[in-house]
Write a protein that binds this ligand. Sequence first.
Ligand code: CA
Length: 672
Amino acid sequence: MQKQLRAACAVLLAASAGGMTAISAQTPTMDTQYLSWPAYTGDDLELKVDSNGTHFTLWSPAADGAEVLIYDHDRNTAPVDTLVMHRGEQGTWRASVPQQLYGKFYTFRVNVDGRTLAETPGIWAKAVGTNGERAAIIDFAATNPAGWENDRGPVVENITDAVIYEMHHRDFSVHPSSGIAHKGKFLALTEPATTSPEGAATGIDHLRELGVTHVHILPSYDYNSVDEANLPANQYNWGYDPLNYNAPEGSYSTDPGNPAARVNEMKQMVQALHNAGIGVVMDVVYNHTAGGDDSNFSLTAPGYFYRHRPDGTYSDASGCGNETASERAMMRDFIVRSVEYWAREYHIDGFRFDLMAIHDMETMDSVAAALKRINPSIFVYGEGWTAGDSPLPAERRALKQNVAQMEGIAVFSDDIRDAIKGHYSNAADRGFATGKPGNEETVKIGIVAATAHPQVDYSKGNNAHAPYATAPTQIINYVSCHDDLMLTDKLALSMPGSTEAERQRAARLAQTIVFTSQGTPFMFAGEEIFRDKHGVHNSYRSPDSINAIDWTLKTTNAGQFDYYRNLIRLRREHPAFRMTTAEEIARNIVFDRVDSPNVISYSIKNNANGDEWKEIKIVFNGSTSAFVARIPRGDWTVIARDGQINPDGLDSSRGGSVTVAPTSALILARTR
Ligand code: CA
């Protein structure tokens, strides 16, 4: 079993890294007492405003009492009213007032076992004030930007047609060279015609130029770590510390104290991206919360939403101090309704589930099905691993190796990631693209999207030893992301003594493998201009000096950007790289016999998936010596050679002996 340690909780990870298998599978079935708690089936939890007034409904079956505190301001003031809640059906508590309390804030306060718990905005706050301390009552219709009713994301027939760009709001726009006014804000992605000092396009225009279909934004719900009351401190965080799951993060808005501003500005961002033809994928982290006993879950219905060890302590498959319990009715319901809400209210086009294997497969199936009912173009993918052991039995977990049992879910391929560049946890380790032999078969597993292929010997795989996908739509291929060393840094640390030009060649080869493989390609923001993070692998709270993208690099490394742009264009113009079934892949991809290490040669034949190209010949040479490929005679167009690429053709070739330079990809195509 491959486990991927999450970097966001560095302190706790040190402990879990050494003891990944320490907690045995003997842990008994968890928390059986919660099975008798009634589930609430209504859709009006916590706040509803209608013509009869304002209605509060809190689900807290074990509470002895509950009240709602009403405030005029988002923090540091006394309540202006306190409403005693009365028992309702199915474990709820209710209170109503006849007025529409727009503009007010509220919290709940629950009594359990004779104790009065701290105030909480609840788990369903859709608008919050500064630092998410109090929920806000706002009119959501008034938060919609002009034209919102006509806003639509891109139509996606198959996830394999997507090209995903993983970005952080602050990384992307905060550097002075971005030329963007709203640095580090949702609104940064609404600004057209921004440029670097050298005149290169930045911001949303850069994304259009690059040609990606979707941005995957790191957590953008309200998270805990950045102090929204002190934005001039320029704190940074990835955001894997959820606070209020159903409200946008305040530090990305221009005014965290104005609950409607963050909602409106995030919608403006989505709308601007949609107008540019780009979809928005949200990174969601339902697997754990920033706090334990003081989380909004714990202050609403203590105990229920988490898994525990037999001694009553929080189990910790997240490596962050706790893990949620998706197998329980109201936690599952929360996850499903939460993503439904983001899809409906914010027009979100996709969801990336952090540590998805902490969730059970039934929950993930429900998530995918619910989203497809809202919009068939929405797709879902996630990390098919945990960061520690869980009381949830492995056969129920949404693991990579269980992806074939899940409908409409894709998983990240750590197989291709580590085989291309070397192991994620060993900075010096090299991979196929950097000259280390022995990774060829694992790269081939990536090329066929982990589906069964007669010429791929899974017994030689580094991670998976059997095909785990039944369709390429279940696989996300990548070589780098926010976690671990990003590609530029990995190359620098694993290729000591190399020149920058040599490392850029290796990056081109690495990404050419990713973007020509079956499955869905995914890249990390800034790699297209060869930015780095100064060797910091766990930059979750590093300053801007580490994380910000320096856009002057777009001119310095213009050739690199041009390569990435053309590589993405190649993929988007040719459906042969985007087959949708395992059968097509097995039939159309034919590997050539190669006896040299660090070389893979294959063809995509038969005008695959309706491609105009009858055959595409692809040779990857990850070795430090030239390789002479034997290409069948024919009228070939040279698409990529010696670190250059052009989907319209660089040159022509009659085949025969064709030299593939060290650390480069050769791609040839013929129409007959
Ligand atoms: Ca926050």
